[in-house]
Ligand binder design. Structure first.
Ligand SMILES: NC(=O)C1=CN([C@@H]2O[C@H](COP(=O)(O)OP(=O)(O)OC[C@H]3O[C@@H](n4cnc5c(N)ncnc54)[C@H](O)[C@@H]3O)[C@@H](O)[C@H]2O)C=CC1
Ligand SMILES: Nc1nc(O)c(N)c(N[C@@H]2O[C@H](COP(=O)(O)O)[C@@H](O)[C@H]2O)n1
Length: 240
């Protein structure tokens, strides 16, 4: 069922000075990734959730925005049954968690910085951040990196990717949330796109996956894969 994931290369292009970027998330039939006020929803069924964890295992790093940390308190680890591990993949490799957090709102109580967390997060922030919080997070094992901001006040994604390249990250999986999905979709920096579509409606109060689609790419090399009750769309974005 998951063979198609092994056919995708998540390696960077030859000579590239930034990692391969994969954008992946789960949405409802009406394009929502969360419920009212951002309520976390389990949209993916068991098979597409397994596909997401296989994808996590195939990337060096996994990225979410601070909105997702504050809302979901995620672990961002690989959790797979032994029979679902890709053949010949060896022991599970957990991706490096990476968080975009412009002002350092990252809570010192988050699961990602618990003593039991497998890999402590790398948190990217702007020059205008909470300096005491930086010290507190570093004391818990997190690494904090400072990036410039773009014209919209968001952390510069090209600078992020070039820093990750210097840190030997070759593949980056972007999971969300809405703000981060929108920024990456428009950025022209995504090489692989994998979208889980769950057969449910969330309703108008839910959180849209993208704020506006003006600078969104068109898609090439499209395929669709049935995973239980869900469909996963796999495609390569093309920016005109
Ligand atoms: N269904 C799914 O697959 C997923 C759903 N979610 C849902 O998404 C929601 C959270 O989404 P958001 O509130 O939009 O938070 P988000 O996780 O997208 O974080 C947005 C924040 O990241 C920071 N940021 C820094 N640089 C940025 C940049 N270049 N572009 C965008 N943001 C940047 C800003 O502080 C911004 O407020 C939650 O409800 C969560 O449950 C999150 C991940 C996956
Ligand atoms: N693939 C997928 N399907 C859903 O239905 C989801 N709600 C998500 N959410 C993402 O997974 C994170 C939770 O990860 P952990 O289980 O804590 O490792 C959540 O924060 C979203 O990024 N994904």
């Amino acid at each position: 069922m998951y063979r198609f994931l092994s056919d995708i290369s998540f390696a960077p292009d030859e000579g590239a000075r930034s990692p391969h970027v994969t954008l992946t998330y789960a949405q409802s039939l009406d394009g929502k990734i969360a419920g009212r006020h951002g309520k976390q929803l389990i949209l993916s069924g068991p098979q597409s959730m397994t596909a997401t964890h296989i994808l996590r295992s195939k990337h060096d790093a996994i990225l979410v925005g601070i909105g997702t940390v504050l809302n979901d308190d995620p672990r961002l680890t690989v959790r797979l049954n032994p029979e679902d591990l890709p053949q010949g993949s060896g022991p599970v490799q957990h991706p490096q968690p990476i968080i975009l957090d412009s002002t350092l709102r990252f809570p010192t109580t988050a699961k990602l910085v618990l003593p039991t967390s497998l890999k402590k997060p790398w948190i990217f922030t702007s020059p205008i951040h909470d300096f005491q919080r930086k010290r507190d997070l570093e004391a818990l094992g997190a690494k904090v990196y400072v990036l410039d901001v773009d014209a919209q006040g968001h952390l510069s994604l090209p600078d992020l990717l070039s820093t990750l390249h210097q840190l030997s990250i070759q593949s980056l999986m972007v999971e969300g949330g809405a703000g981060v999905i929108s920024s990456f979709l428009k950025s022209g920096l995504v090489q692989s796109f994998l979208l889980t579509i769950a057969p449910v409606y969330v309703g108008v109060d839910g959180i849209n996956a993208v704020d506006n689609a003006e600078a969104a790419p068109v898609f090439e090399n499209i395929s669709y894969h049935t995973l239980g009750r869900d469909v996963m769309m796999v495609a390569r974005p093309h920016y005109q």
